[in-house]
Design a protein around this ligand. Sequence first.
Ligand code: EPZ
Length: 426
Amino acid sequence: MDKFVVRGGNPLLGTIKVSGAKNSALPCMAAAILTEDEVILENIPQVRDIETERKLLESMGAEVELGYGRAQHRTTIQCSVLSDPEAKYEIVKTMRASSLVLGPLVARAGIARVAVPGGCAIGGRPIDLHLKGLEAMGATITQDHGYIEAKADRLKGAHILFDKITVTGTEDLLMAATLADGESVLENAAQEPEVTDLAAMLTSMGAQIEGAGTSTIRVKGVSKLHGTRYRINPDRIEAGTFIIAGAISGGDLNVDCCNPHHLEAVIMKLQECGVRLDVGKESIRVRSEGKLQAADVSTVEYPGFPTDMQAQYMALATQAKGTSVITENIFENRFMHVSELTRMGANIKVDGRSATVRGKSPLSAAAVMCSDLRASASLVLAALVADGETILDRVYHIDRGYERIEEKLRGVGAQIRRMGEVFGKR
Ligand code: EPZ
């Protein structure tokens, strides 16, 4: 089992580069199912979830190349034949975003079988809204032996009003609607940049989409989509994580190759805490002399403060003077990092969906356990300022969504090294 060893105390100095967005790459790779032509995607992050997506597409009959050489970070996908339109449990259980193949498979092949994605550390993660939308588009949905089957000779355009805002639900149905017969309206749709990224890629394939990035998306179905070469957005959550790394370590860090426009809520919140941020076109300079003020945070859908930044913000809040109340409104169990931060000396009390953080608490190094992707990032951030050497276990969680994070952080002065095999090195 991979571990990280982190010795705290070094301010981060220099330039750190952000990779492509995992949560854009996953739906965009699934979108390749919608055409028999070749699809090339660039700025693909070298993370475990992308490897899982490659295996998933190959298991259905797709040809997938994935290269990370200096010039690459590129995947080439061709779904000329989909011999087995099924997302198997062995793969789905490791990545619930596998449900993103549901809509494209029904739209392209007329049938999809997807293992019911189990929950994960942060919550039940149902996909009922994905299924409700496909039924509205004329698909017949059945479930047995742990698999969902969706069938339709050809989906028809529908007016779908989401009971809850769902990012992958919006993406799944957006992809399905591009090949449906007639017009679809997706109301109460997710506005995350990853939805807009996917819509831009689909449009480059010949889809007719209006309103992506707003709460109402209109799609005119077409009979076929063609191939494309498309570059994925930078990862706004990785960028936000590095901004907090610069702030918590009291450094002077240039977070490069990012899109500051996607981080407005995070930037404003950190400025409220007293972090000095100079925002450029594709970079953000972070300076902090370590004097941080407490500030409350409530996670909401984009463009509000993202749930995927909640755990990282909590690590920073332990170092801020005063009391920060952090409310998690999106997932029912996204405080798995609290117990580990507390073991490092943080003063945090959880009451239902809110965590009250009292700071500034000096943190001391400890042996800690990673539980999910963003909780792991939170523990790395805490370890950067903890006194002594922190050992983080089960870092495969962090490898799911951060490309070689220990190398990137070491490059700007962090004392961090990995014990065990390195993901991605053959
Ligand atoms: C996406 O998950 C992201 N994953 C998550 O990032 C992110 O935390 C989440 O959106 C919220 O921003 C990917 O894009 C691959 P949701 P998703 O559907 O789509 C409920 C990370 O760290 N819901 O927007 O699964 C659901 O339970 C990951 O990179 C239903 O009830 O999240 C949740 O409470 C973690 N029924 C809320 O909606 C449904 O059919 C929002 O979930 C679908 C969702």
